[in-house]
Design a protein around this ligand. Structure first.
Ligand code: C5P
Length: 274
């Protein structure tokens, strides 16, 4: 039997860098949500293998280091895996982590227990395993799911530059920033945007210094009427929050004419329970 598992794009709506551990990893405090666009993994019976298809398949190799195969080995499972790569690679929206987490969920549905240490595959894998709105802390291993979020009409934009995550962290001016303000339950998108205005993505200034086009993307999102425009993760993908789905679709259509990857979406449904 072939089973399909969604690997939704991860968005850091807010990301504060609050310290650094002895091993060089950074302590984070982040509000993470998942968007209604993503990759997909399918498992079919057979020995372990990986085939990659889809619009961004050319961006990564199906070699032994691929996170899908590493996840399968960590789960101790055998399957012919097909990854449909719909998301730009190395772009701050989870990509590889979401794919690895989807492989772990797919194997869990076939009776392989989830590994105790999914963070071995990457700092974002634990939150991607949950794939629900969450406050993420530690270096990513602490995941506290949040009450349901309001509908959030979003536009995601990627200008096609890949920035290596370690370079962005290395370029931080300050590593001891305050944590997120207390998180209320958000009655509606208005309340969430108001709260987000008091937060930051601390990785945005260093990423913009490395890739100034991020500034152009953020300005373009604001120019299209986004209530809030911000970079996700270590970039370069940015998101805009719009008043409604129609405004988001109009903005995405206009911004894709610049040659950027641009999609209008909303938050993803939670994955089927394991
Ligand atoms: O764990 P992952 O492979 O996603 O991390 C990529 C790189 O990003 C790490 O090697 C590290 O340089 C940096 N990083 C960090 N602190 C985190 C997450 C990632 O410094 N919490």
């Amino acid at each position: 039997m072939t089973s399909a598992e969604p690997a939704p794009a991860k968005l850091n709506l807010a990301l504060h860098v609050t310290g650094r551990r002895g091993d060089g990893y950074h302590l984070l405090d982040s509000l993470v949500v998942f968007a209604g666009v993503g990759d997909q993994v399918r498992l079919a019976p057979g020995p372990l293998s990986l085939r990659i298809e889809g619009p961004f398949a050319g961006g990564l190799a199906a070699d032994d280091d691929n996170l899908c195969l590493r996840a399968a080995r960590l789960a101790g499972g055998q399957a012919a895996i097909t990854l449909t790569k719909n998301l730009p690679v190395a772009s701050g929206i989870g990509g590889g982590s979401a794919d690895a987490a989807a492989v772990l969920r797919a194997f869990a549905r076939r009776g392989h227990p989830l590994p105790a240490d999914p963070q071995l595959l990457g700092a974002d894998v634990p939150v991607c395993l949950a794939s629900v709105p969450a406050r993420m802390s530690g270096i990513g291993e602490r995941v506290a799911p949040l009450p349901a979020m309001p509908a959030l009409p979003l536009v995601l934009i990627n200008p096609g530059v890949a920035i290596p995550t370690p370079q962005v962290f290395a370029a931080l001016a300050s590593r001891d920033n305050p944590p997120l303000p207390p998180l209320p339950a958000f009655a509606d998108a208005e309340a969430l945007v108001g709260w987000l205005a008091r937060t930051r993505n601390d990785l945005q200034p260093p990423a913009m210094a490395l890739a100034p086009i991020i500034g152009q993307v953020l300005a373009a999102l604001s120019g299209q009427g986004a209530r809030l425009a911000r970079m996700s993760g270590s970039g370069a993908t940015c998101f805009g929050i719009f008043a409604d789905a129609r405004a988001a679709e109009t903005a995405a259509a206009a911004l894709s004419r610049q040659g950027w990857w641009a999609v209008a979406t909303d938050l993803a449904p939670a994955p089927a329970p394991l």
